[in-house]
Design a binder for this molecule. Structure first.
Ligand SMILES: Nc1ncnc2c1ncn2[C@@H]1O[C@H](COP(=O)(O)OP(=O)(O)OP(=O)(O)O)[C@@H](O)[C@H]1O
Length: 200
């Protein structure tokens, strides 16, 4: 079982979306909200940090902020990872997301409301390269193999495609530094274009 799947429950997302009576599509805002997702180690944080510097948008690193906001409900010893209190996290994020200009970074995506995001990027990394990155980070045993399997089975890509309009979901290769630079450039260009198209 993939680590990310311990943290995401799709049916609850749908219940929330319905209960808030908001449209499923992204609401109007002057700056877009961007979701960057992918298996741990695919380069989300590295990309988001640079993207925030280039755009001036706010980077929300959900795994770290969830701890600061006390939105952790449990600790999963088998996977050596925190389990989110999703309801509390979403309630905390809701007003933050409202004005746009947010870059959300998390290794899961099916519990966020669809209306929050204008675009979704799923980072992908070659399996061998990802194995080495996660080993260097100290991942071993089941945590290491499950995360690599998660990438092999493109779990996050499928999760994103089933949770958001496929037209706004984009897969980005993130195995090399050249790809990282190209991804950054592509997202900055998209952001500039979105702003031109939506604020004139
Ligand atoms: N495209 C890339 N090419 C080469 N190295 C990369 C690339 N992207 C990230 N890295 C390196 O891989 C490691 C993991 O990157 P990073 O921490 O950004 O991943 P992450 O997806 O945010 O992981 P997590 O979900 O656990 O926070 C870092 O050492 C980073 O410098």
């Amino acid at each position: 079982m993939c680590v990310t799947k311990t943290l995401a429950v799709k049916s609850r997302k749908e219940t929330r979306s319905n209960s808030t009576k908001m449209p499923v599509t992204a609401v109007s805002r002057t700056k877009p909200n961007i979701l960057i997702t992918g298996t741990p180690g695919t380069g989300k944080s590295s990309l988001c940090k640079q993207l925030a510097e280039k755009t001036g948008y706010e980077w929300l690193e959900v795994s770290k902020l969830a701890k600061d906001w006390e939105c952790i409900s449990d600790y999963d010893e088998e996977y050596d990872t925190s389990v989110l209190d999703e309801d509390k996290l979403l309630d905390t994020m809701e007003p933050i997301m409202a004005n746009g200009g947010k870059i959300v970074d998390y290794h899961g995506c099916d519990f966020f409301p669809e209306r929050w995001f204008n675009i979704v990027f799923v980072l992908r990394t070659d399996n061998t390269i990802l194995y080495d990155r996660l080993s260097e980070r100290g991942y071993t045993g089941k945590k290491l193999s499950d995360n690599v399997e998660c990438e092999i089975f493109q779990t996050l890509l499928e999760e994103a495609k089933s949770s958001y309009d496929e037209d706004i979901v984009h897969e980005l290769q993130s195995s090399t530094l050249a790809e990282a630079a190209s991804n950054l450039e592509r997202i900055v260009s998209w952001t500039d274009q979105w702003t031109k198209d939506n604020t004139s």
